[in-house]
Write a protein that binds this ligand. Structure first.
Ligand code: FAD
Length: 471
């Protein structure tokens, strides 16, 4: 492996890393920029499931979450255009500053071909009615304008961004994994990197500044780096829940006026925050594979190809108190338990079966109005594996949601599990995203401060802007 020493080393080519490099170029940074990514370039990313119909557990990495554009490539490409959605960066940097960068970043997506249309800002009379129903069910409807790229378009946009970075001499190395940091006397000096497949021939890559943007999947590695090098971090929450799937007809009244209905509640008896997330009208339930063989459910939608169903996540936030400080491990153990009951696959259960205290059988799904869009999900029993607190929160939330969307709590409504959002450790950052190690910065989902495409992208832009202005 031959990589020359550099001025700025960016680890991870997800939206946060990409937009850092983009903004550095745009604002005329003259130093050398190196971007390393453990996956492949976007044009080589293919999920075999498109052909095989089932997940083949790609090794060494899942193409859905790894490679140029990170978890963004196969994502649904929904850009949330307000600060209330996509992470806690506003509480770090101030809502109005972050909003300014979201608006700026949105213009970049438009420049690279994003759809001009913004969903979720029309039909105010109908939205008022949904809000009225939500209030009477003790739920809060969050306003969120969305720019929907769609999975196919998102890939085109990120391909153009990849070409733009290459044309502007960003030194991009795919299949290259950061193993460790090189830190001397409290300051970053570079990173130890290696070939991500063979994991042989580690080399030292020296850099003046290192930006870590390794995403949700890289947060475990970063957690260990923080422990090893004394980088300050605090335990964050973890969101555990299910992906719910209903017929489009049930969700029509909401889908037609709000592309994404973001509802939040604090159901009894625990009063935990429970919310809807990532709603996909006409969409498809999907599976993501994490290292350690963990299968997690997700959902996406295509611009053209549509199903008869709408899916959305219902997530329950868990905040742990002392002495426990390993939320990620808690999430993984929960996922493993659900996977174990599904023989390694995603479990699916009908809502009515949960209320009746029985598992779901495949033949019951076969005769249902709601045909599962995740074909390899295994019919079974989520209640035997999800924690009591999570399950209670989800069921009570579904009952409340039924008042806003009649039919949502129908017997045939499908619940897939586990859906887990790992954003546990939150790196302690100064105003410029610098850690307590001089010259080492953390960004995006791996920093614990974002959890969405737009906020991770905007944080990347903020990073790039700071590094140029600082010079
Ligand atoms: C299926 C799916 C659908 C989603 N849909 C949406 C959506 O519609 N809207 C939305 O706002 N958000 C969505 N998200 C979330 C969104 O994709 C992420 O919030 C966003 O991609 C985070 O950007 P990031 O740059 O911080 O990290 P990532 O996109 O995760 O990128 C991190 C990159 O770092 C690389 N990496 C990790 N460790 C190392 C290492 N040690 N060395 C080198 N490289 C490394 C990874 O391979 C990866 O490419 C979705 C996520 C998934 C998985």
């Amino acid at each position: 492996m031959t990589i020359k020493n550099t001025n700025i080393l960016i680890i991870g080519a997800g939206p946060a890393g990409i937009f850092t490099a983009y903004e550095l170029i745009e604002k005329g940074y003259e130093g050398k920029i190196t971007l390393i990514e453990k996956g492949v370039s976007i044009d080589k990313r293919h999920c075999p499931k498109d052909k095989t119909g089932i997940c083949v557990n790609c090794k060494p990495y899942c193409h859905i979450t790894t490679g140029f554009s990170g978890a963004g490539a196969f994502s649904d490409g929904k850009l949330s255009l307000v600060t209330e959605v996509g992470g806690d960066l506003p509480s770090h940097s101030g809502a109005s500053k972050v909003q300014g960068f979201i608006d700026y970043t949105d213009q970049i997506y438009l420049k690279f071909g994003a759809d001009e249309k913004i969903e979720g800002i029309e039909n105010t009379a109908e939205i008022k009615e949904i809000r009225r129903k939500a209030i009477s069910a003790s739920l809060k409807l969050v306003d969120c304008p969305i720019r929907h790229l769609g999975t196919e378009k998102a890939q085109e946009i990120y391909l153009d961004l990849q070409n733009y970075l290459l044309e502007n001499e960003v030194d991009i190395h795919f299949g290259t994994l950061a193993e460790d940091f090189i830190i001397e006397a409290g300051a970053i000096k570079g990173a130890i990197i290696t070939d991500s497949k063979s994991k042989k021939n580690s080399v030292k890559l020296m850099a003046d500044q290192v930006i870590v943007a390794t995403g949700r999947k890289g947060s475990d590695w970063l957690f260990h780096m923080c422990q090893k090098h004394g980088i300050n971090q605090v335990a964050g929450p973890i969101d555990i829940g299910v992906r719910v799937e209903v017929r489009n007809e049930v969700m029509e009244s909401v889908n037609n006026v709000l592309y994404e209905s973001k509802l939040i509640g604090y159901p009894n008896p625990f009063g935990d925050k429970v919310r809807t997330f990532c709603q996909n009208p006409g969409g498809f339930v999907s599976q993501e594979n994490y290292d350690e063989g963990i299968a997690i459910v997700n959902g996406h939608s295509y611009k053209e190809l549509k199903s008869n169903n709408t899916n959305l996540a219902i997530l329950s936030s868990h905040h742990f108190t002392e002495p426990f400080n390993q939320p990620t491990e808690y999430g993984k153990m929960t996922a493993k338990l659900v996977n174990m009951l599904g023989n390694g696959a995603i479990l699916v259960q009908r809502y009515g079966d949960i209320l009746e205290g029985k598992r779901t059988w495949q033949h019951e799904l076969d005769r249902s109005n709601v045909t599962p869009t995740l074909k390899d999900a295994v019919a079974g029993d989520l209640t035997s594996s999800l924690p009591y607190r999570t399950m209670t929160n989800i069921l009570n939330f579904i009952e409340a949601l039924d008042k806003v969307v009649p039919g949502f709590a129908s017997r045939e409504t499908l619940l897939y599990g586990p859906e887990i959002k790992f954003y546990s450790n939150r790196i302690t950052l100064n105003d410029n995203f610098e850690t307590n190690i001089k010259g080492l910065y953390a960004l995006g989902d791996s920093s614990g401060w974002t959890r969405g495409l737009m906020m991770a992208s905007a944080m990347g832009v903020m990073m790039g802007r700071y590094l140029v202005e600082k010079k």
